[in-house]
Design a protein around this ligand. Sequence first.
Ligand code: ADP
Length: 452
Amino acid sequence: MNQNQIFNRTRRQLAGWYVLVTGLLLSICGVGLYQVVIYSQEYILRQKLESLSGTLHDSIEPFLEQPNQINNNVKKLLPGLCLKGQVCQLPKDVEKRHIAGVFQQEGYYLRLTTLSGQVLATIGQQPQGMNQKISIEFWQQVNSNNGESFYQISLLLRTQTGLRWGYLQIGRSMVEWNNYLMTLRLLLILGLPLAMLLVGGASWWLSRLAMRPIYESYRQMQQFTSDAAHELRTPLAVLQSTIEEMGLAKDLEEVEQNLEIMKRQNRRLSSLVTDLLLISKIDQQKFFTNIQPCCLNELILDLVEELEELALSAGVTLKTDLPINESIMMMGEPSQLYRMVSNLMTNGIQYTPSGGIINITLSCTENYILIQIQDTGIGIAPEELPRIFDRFYRVQSDRCRLTGGAGLGLSIAQAIAHAHRGRITVKSQLAQGSVFTIELPYQNFSPVLPKN
Ligand code: ADP
């Protein structure tokens, strides 16, 4: 396959398209995955901040008395709360307090601000260099002066009497999150070319697998065309030389001899063309035109009658062993079934030396009709057996063409058997003879129907 330009080009194109389409799908999946991760992480972060701020909001509010004033109850509730302008130290037991403990975690902070956004007190690591006065939108993404970004929630606090006290703000650093996203982006960006490389290798291999059956049938077609041309060339060459010799013929006898040669070659040509046409029909499955019940007993008897003369001239005896009181019927194309059995019988006659016997048996098993053609002929060597059903294949020693045709008889017979959902098998021994067995399904037979 590698030497053939068309197949190589098609293989490259197939692999190329495969890589392109897979690459596109992988990119879409990668971007989709990235978006899903962002969305889900943002959702989790918001949920976390919302529940924390909600709990704190509900705990603090009952203790608030005067707007912008932080009393001792609030300080007790929030250990580690550092008022603006004070130098603060964390109380020793802060880790034991759940709420305050949260703000000891990396990246979390809490602020209590006035209504105008002035910071009154804080807990946790404050964003460095961030404006003291900050916006009080519900959700906010804020940046410190060193470029660090924070996700922040602001909730309005009211005093016990319902006055607007100020704001509770809880934030979380996005550094860890941004680093995570960057790693994910990097993985996707570096992983995609690597994946494409692997996909490229796989698609090159897959395209070879996909091309193999097409290449195989192309090779068979090429082989078939060259074999057919070879078979046609010989009779045509003989015809050409005979015609040339006719011009030089000295007497009527020589002319008649030449005419006889021409007739023979013409017969050979037309039988070859008929076989080629039949093969083309088989290939296109335009094969069945007249499916009807066929009586196989009658078919065999007709054939014996037709081939009797040929057998006589070859000095072989045709014998039959058919069920006496039973007609074996099947659905099929009579002319094709006739052709199938005829090919095997003719072979039997051709490859059996004078004095031999050809025995044709018709029988039934539970599921199959069996037609056996047994001869006492020259037999077939075991190494040849697997190839004798190939088109144009003739056993080597037979190449002299004293006997045999173009090597199409068995392949046609096998194709007809297959089309009737059956098969032909062979057993043979050199110089002992051969047994060809046709197995055809007996019940529920439905032939392979023609394609339009
Ligand atoms: P051909 O038209 O040349 O007979 P076939 O396809 O019918 O071609 O047969 C293929 C080859 O199988 C033949 O060349 C022949 O050597 C071998 N063969 C077929 N039938 C027999 C048989 N009954 N006995 C011995 N050899 C056979």
